[in-house]
Write a protein that binds this ligand. Structure first.
Ligand code: ZN
Length: 282
């Protein structure tokens, strides 16, 4: 083994190759295994005792002594989605010596690559990644963009307040509130149904108001994902034009983009968080 490991060392090449392969394996595994919440199966204490041939008392002792090795991490779906988005955006799956250098340089310089992630689902979630990290805030509430007020005393939100972003741009606005599915809404829109056109114009107005507020605050990229996002992709240019009009300074609206993967990718993101921890400890 060489005394000093550089980016040209066999050891370094081997480990970056390994990281690349692990990323691919994770992607494949999570594409194949996608349990819904209702399908998830947790072993009960009795089942664990049965499988390990131990008594309940022994199981409790093992728990108390932390003798069963496992790592756990609590996060929410939006943050896990955002992490996956960040990971794939940094092109880890195409890891080469050059972009490893770029990645390390930007991390070392403390340069900001601030990115806000907004998830448009039946609720509206958010996450903020800066300096390679998911930011959590003082009370672990960073990214609750769904509850910023965009219309004072406006529509009632599930949080109990009025006028929240979520009450205007969640998937519900374009589905249950219109008595249809998202698919039906956008197909009616394409057929130029006047009622749906009006709802959609209002939706885009509210969406761009919220995104503009986020951009004003972070001066970084804003990425929109979640189930509604894939339906909005054909309207990207229109959305950018609206954002240009709403911004107080100069922008071409290119700070706004859609998540590369608009399907749920929370499971991939949660798994990648462990890989990220491992890499940062190399
Ligand atoms: Zn709210």
């Amino acid at each position: 083994m060489a005394e000093i490991i550089t980016k040209d060392s066999e050891e370094f090449k081997e480990i970056t190759g390994w990281i690349k392969r692990t990323g691919r394996a994770l992607e494949k595994a999570t594409a194949r295994i996608r349990p819904g919440i209702a399908d998830e199966h947790y072993l009960s204490g009795e089942e664990v005792c049965e499988k390990l041939h131990i008594s309940k008392r022994t199981l409790q002792a093992l728990r108390d002594e932390k003798a069963i090795p496992y790592t756990s991490r609590a996060t929410n779906i939006t943050r896990a989605n955002a992490y996956a988005e960040f990971w794939f955006d940094r092109k880890f799956e195409n890891l080469t010596m050059n972009n490893v250098e770029d990645f390390n340089r930007s991390a070392a310089s403390g340069q900001s690559d601030a990115k806000l992630y907004v998830m448009l689902n039946t609720g509206v979630g958010g996450a903020y990644i800066d300096k390679e990290k998911l930011q959590t805030g003082v009370h672990n509430r960073y990214g609750e963009f769904g509850h910023m007020t965009i219309h004072p005393h406006g529509r009632k939100c599930f949080c109990g307040k009025e006028g929240c972003f979520e009450a205007y741009v969640s998937a519900r606005r374009l589905s249950t509130e219109q008595d249809c599915t998202l698919d039906e809404f956008f197909s009616q829109l394409q057929q130029e149904n006047p009622r749906f056109i009006k709802v959609f114009e209002e939706y885009l107005d509210d969406l761009t108001t919220g995104i503009n507020n986020l951009y004003i605050m972070c001066d970084g990229n804003v990425v929109v994902g979640g189930p509604v996002a894939k339906y909005l992709v054909p309207y990207q240019d229109k959305i950018r034009r609206m954002l240009v009009e709403k911004y107080s300074f100069d922008t071409d609206g290119s700070y706004f983009s859609f998540a590369q993967c608009t399907a749920e990718q929370a499971d991939t993101g949660a798994a990648l968080m462990f890989l990220g921890d491992f890499i940062s400890n190399i």
